[in-house]
Design a protein around this ligand. Structure first.
Ligand SMILES: [Cu+2]
Length: 162
């Protein structure tokens, strides 16, 4: 048994070695939508073991998925699509309501609360090598880890239209 445990630990250790580097995805969720709503946001944190960039996102539930940032522009908060999201080595990059986020547009069906959404993330490392990672996000009406926040006043990012 001890030997088995040791080899399992070894496998775990190898799994985190740079040659097998995977971007750690945490606190992922997508905002539930209501009937007729065509766009929503998806949020998560990324921690890359070595510098890489998120260059593409796709999901079967949406016709278009983009990386967005929000910026103040003449006193108005505006969103724009980013061609890529920089992920510096060992730095946690947070996507959250009101900040950078993944935008799922042209939704094929409403995202029901307590459902899930599969995303395919495409990363490109410093050498230009692309790798893909699948993540499954729970669909909720707000950040799952946070304290209860009433009805989420002031966080209505998912309601904006494109
Ligand atoms: Cu957006």
């Amino acid at each position: 048994m001890n030997t088995l445990l040791r080899s399992l630990l070894l496998v775990a250790a190898i799994g985190t070695a740079p040659a097998w580097a995977q971007v750690k995805v945490d606190k992922a969720w997508a905002r539930a939508t209501v009937q007729g709503q065509k766009a929503t946001g998806a949020f998560m944190t990324f921690t890359a073991p070595q510098a890489t960039r998120l260059v593409a996102v796709s999901t079967p539930v949406a016709g278009v998925a983009e990386i967005h940032e929000m910026k103040m522009d003449g006193g108005v908060m505006k969103m724009r699509a980013l061609p890529a999201l920089e992920l510096p080595a060992n730095q946690t990059v947070e996507l959250k309501p009101g900040g950078q986020h993944l935008m799922l547009m042209d939704l094929k069906a409403p995202l029901a609360k307590d459902g899930s959404v599969a995303l395919t993330l495409t990363f490109r490392d410093a050498k230009g090598v692309e790798s893909q990672q699948q993540v499954t996000l729970p669909v909720t009406t707000g950040m799952p880890q946070g304290p209860m926040q009433g009805h989420g006043h002031g966080q209505g990012h998912g309601e904006h239209k494109h």
